[in-house]
Design a protein around this ligand. Structure first.
Ligand code: 1PZ
Length: 205
């Protein structure tokens, strides 16, 4: 089975490489296209994860629309424009780009930790995934979602199968690719984190 439909996680993770400009701005187009790819990958893992991918799709779609509507090019510009009306107005806006991006941003931390674990060689993917989740997203989720997420993680394929469906090549190559990609993801994460922290946006409701 090959060619046309072949989908490799390499291209997805590569999108994050293209996010950061020389001025250290985070470009929204490659950011959201990276997320689109991750979601496709998640969808290929089975319907147990649908409740997660549905939420991610809703958030990416909203951000794509906002980018289109307001011509936000980078995360920095979006924050600047949305904050122009004042912090109180932004906090009162349930559909803001900032609060929506913050959710994906927290999930990016999960991704970073999970990929690091996968790379480390631990074969228990569901444990890796749960640990990464508990150290990141879990603190922002209510009990019911934490419970559902933890149950879904048990359905994750084994490390070997996981590396295989990443479609990057033999396991060693997949691990090497992770080693290349993780620093880019970490970079995007820390720039965004710093920006949100500086603007006091890390707890946007
Ligand atoms: C490979 C295994 C995938 C594990 C993914 C780990 C993330 C688990 C997240 C569980 C989210 C459950 C669904 C709904 C969550 C929402 O309540 C929250 C808060 O949003 P709000 O309600 O405030 O609008 N949504 C999020 O935290 C965003 C979650 C995005 C998760 C994207 C994961 C993409 C994984 C790619 C895998 C390669």
């Amino acid at each position: 089975m090959a060619a046309a439909a072949a989908f490799s996680l390499r291209e997805v993770l590569d999108a994050f490489r293209g996010c950061v400009t020389e001025q250290r701005e985070v470009l929204l187009e490659p950011y959201l296209s990276g997320w689109r790819g991750l979601i496709r990958f998640l969808q290929s893992l089975g319907t147990v994860f649908s409740f997660i991918s549905k939420d991610a799709v809703a958030k990416v779609t909203l951000l794509e629309e906002l980018c289109h509507q307001h011509r936000f090019v980078s995360v920095q510009r979006m924050v600047q424009q949305e904050l122009a009306a004042g912090p109180a107005a932004l906090r009162a806006q349930p559909g803001s780009g900032c609060r929506t991006l913050l959710r994906l941003h927290r999930a990016l931390r999960w991704l970073q930790l999970f990929l690091q674990g996968l790379r480390s060689g631990d074969s228990r993917t569901s444990v890796l995934c749960t640990d990464a989740y508990n150290a990141s997203l879990a603190q922002h989720h209510p009990w019911l979602i934490r419970k559902a997420a933890t149950v879904a993680f048990c359905a994750l394929p084994s490390r070997d199968a996981f590396l295989d469906i990443m479609n990057v090549g033999p396991p060693e190559e997949a691990v090497a690719m992770l080693g290349e990609a993780i620093p880019y993801i970490s970079d995007v994460y820390s720039i965004t984190q710093e920006l949100f922290e500086k603007n006091d946006l890390l707890d946007l409701p």
